[in-house]
Design a protein around this ligand. Structure first.
Ligand code: ATP
Ligand code: MG
Length: 358
């Protein structure tokens, strides 16, 4: 029976796991053009990869051959070919956004949101058109950081479809799920729904032309991060860490995730937050309460740029709570730190583009 043979082949192929995705190749949508010939005992298929240089080709071919023989009989042969990045991973047309820039980390509470909003402001101060998307749909914090707890985006029609209009403040175009759900309400969504909501928030906002859309990511290395990376092919990701060992271990996980063959988001560099405690009362002293230079060491280890460090300052907490990001004030040491980080980011992105240019 045709169909039961088909099922057996698919079931067999489901035993082949992509080690990076940790998902089987069938459910990951990597199997294309499956055909078989019962008389000749042959199965042929194409495995779709993100890059023609994928180091796993030999592994996949051997695994596929093995599972087919195991399931259908040792006389069966599998012929596997490979194709690179056609339809499966689509970069949605966010054609008006020149750089989609993720700000992530493995660990919660290291200051992603603080870095994301201040970096966005610093990029705008450098003269760029900048948006910020709060992708932390479980616990959006951008509205509070920008003093927009009660903002409600308007909706406008474009080519017959409704789009959300970003809130404008401090020279930024801003969108967050926090604007759409009642203030303080929890959003207990499951993975696929969360990913879909985020995708909608990104694609159904009328961003206009932007040089940078900075995305404040939720903590972790799960579904949301991988989906966003695969569907939208961001130009780069910045990883925020603190000098603490625990935070670095999680930052390494984030780095590894962004480098997985089917994710492949270029790492722009590492920002070290809460590098040392500094207080105006003792301006000559830096207190390295979480350890020293952890972020720089991580950057060296993975050969990515170190974009800069930000001290732990009481003022940052107050300014965050007041919805007035520290970088708004000109000429302070803290805004200088963010301006430097923004400059390094722009340069690192430009270098990445040079490398990836055809
Ligand atoms: N350099 C700093 N100095 C002092 N406080 C800071 C600094 N950076 C961040 N904070 C404070 O630490 C807390 C966590 O920061 P933030 O919300 O930016 O982290 P996060 O990584 O986005 O957290 P989450 O994982 O919950 O999204 C906030 O109260 C923030 O004001
Ligand atoms: Mg956050």
């Amino acid at each position: 029976m045709e169909s039961s043979l088909q099922n057996r082949i698919y079931d067999a192929l489901r035993e082949v796991i992509d080690p990076d995705l940790r998902q089987n190749i069938v459910d990951a949508g990597m199997v294309k053009g499956l055909a078989w010939n019962e008389k000749d005992r042959k199965v042929s298929l194409t495995v779709e990869l993100t890059t023609p240089a994928c180091p796993l080709k030999g592994y996949f071919a051997a695994q596929i051959s093995q599972v087919i023989k195991q399931s259908l009989g040792s006389e069966w042969e599998a012929h596997t070919t490979f194709s690179a990045q056609s339809g499966r991973i689509t970069r949605e047309t966010l054609s008006q956004i020149r750089h989609l820039l993720l700000v992530g980390s493995g660990k919660g509470g290291v200051g992603k949101s603080t870095v994301a909003v201040n970096l966005a402001i610093a990029l705008a101060k450098l003269g760029a058109r900048v948006g910020i998307l709060d992708a932390d749909i479980y616990g959006p914090s951008v509205p509070m950081l920008l003093g927009l707890e009660h903002a409600k985006p308007a909706v406008r029609e474009k080519e017959g479809r409704p789009y959300l209009v970003p809130i404008q403040k401090y020279g930024l175009e801003i969108m967050s799920l926090g604007f759409l759900v009642p203030h303080g309400q929890a959003t207990p969504w499951r993975g696929p729904m969360a990913s879909n909501t985020l995708r909608q928030l990104l694609t159904e906002t009328d961003w206009g032309e932007l040089d940078y859309l900075v995305v404040d990511m939720p903590p972790g290395t799960g579904d949301i991060q991988i989906t966003l990376a695969q569907q939208f092919r961001p130009q780069g990701a910045i990883i925020v860490t603190t000098p603490q060992k625990l935070a670095q271990a999680d930052a390494e996980k984030a780095l590894t995730m962004f480098r997985m063959p089917l994710v492949q988001v270029p790492v722009v560099g590492i920002v070290e937050n809460m590098s040392y405690f500094w207080t105006p009362e003792l301006p000559e002293r830096k207190f390295y309460i979480f350890g020293e230079s952890g972020g720089r060491m991580l950057a060296d280890k993975y050969e990515v740029p170190f974009l800069g460090e930000i001290p732990l300052l009481e003022k940052i907490v107050h300014q965050s709570d007041a919805g007035v990001p520290a970088c708004l004030e000109d000429g302070t040491p803290i805004s200088q730190s963010f301006m430097e980080i923004a400059g390094e980011t722009v340069r690192a992105l430009a270098r990445l583009e040079l490398v990836s240019a055809p």
